[in-house]
Ligand binder design. Sequence first.
Ligand code: DP6
Length: 325
Amino acid sequence: MLSPQITVRAHTNIALVKYWGKENQDLIIPMNGSLSLTLDHFYTDTSVQFDSNLKNDIFSLNGNIQNNLQVSKFLDIVRKKANIKLFARIDSVNHVPSTAGLASSASAYAALAAAASKAAGLNLNRQDLSKLARKGSGSACRSIYGGFVEWVKGYDDDSSYAVPIEEELDWEIGMLVAMVNRNEKKVSSRAGMQGVVETSPFYSAWVKSVNNDLINIKDAIKKRDFKLIGEITESNALRMHSLNLSATPHFNYFEPMSLEIMQAVEKIREEQNILCYYTLDAGPNVKILCQQKDAAIIKNELSQKFSNIEFEFAKPGPGIKYLNK
Ligand code: DP6
């Protein structure tokens, strides 16, 4: 028996207000809500087909067979929900620029959740897809939707999911991504955030501050106040990274080049009066939130200063799409 082969495209998202810590590690319930922007430039295409002839799941990423237990564990959730026992063939292709180092669990699990559930015969709505994707990787629950997306914290499996804040953005903004390093992260986000929850003396202050960030950034989005959105984004990222510095053992994701780019962004902002703000996730790449009209000037300025670094501009992107019927 062969299920239909379903192919889904999901775009990655970058959090402006970060998720950094779990209240429940099995279900991936976060300690706080978060808010992101989905990007058009970086995405994953994933096809899933269940097949009664298979003896185990076969997962290929960019054409190479992987031994990935996490993917099979995730498919177990789908199999249980659909009440099937078949294994699947999963083909995933990450569309990121060759040197991006942005291989993202967010687009990966959003695409996998949508493709696998449909191939298994489940007809989940987007809210249920968001809950399912969350169990693969927390940030994936936001990649179900396009534009600005909030992950509502919730308190159990059923109440923790993403909601679109503004999917079709009629706003010319985007992110300039500085590809500082494409190597594997030193500390995975999963291990990093757990260490912080358990040991940072600043953790409760972080959670409190994020709740304010969320209220203020949603208000700023509504009012189209780009400056305020940028200020909240940059400050929130620095607070997240200060948790890492305050953990035991301490760790950080910065490379010297990340810090230099951060300083250069501040300088462009101060000296040229251009609104641009940086954010970083569990790696050294710097993402610069800016308005599309300023992207070329900022890119030009930074490329001159950092001639070894590639910069890619990404506009807001859409939610998941089924690529076949
Ligand atoms: C820094 O979603 O990768 O990008 O739920 O353990 O898979 P798991 O973590 P993951 O963490 C993302 C952390 C972040 C911030 C964010 O995207 O909100």
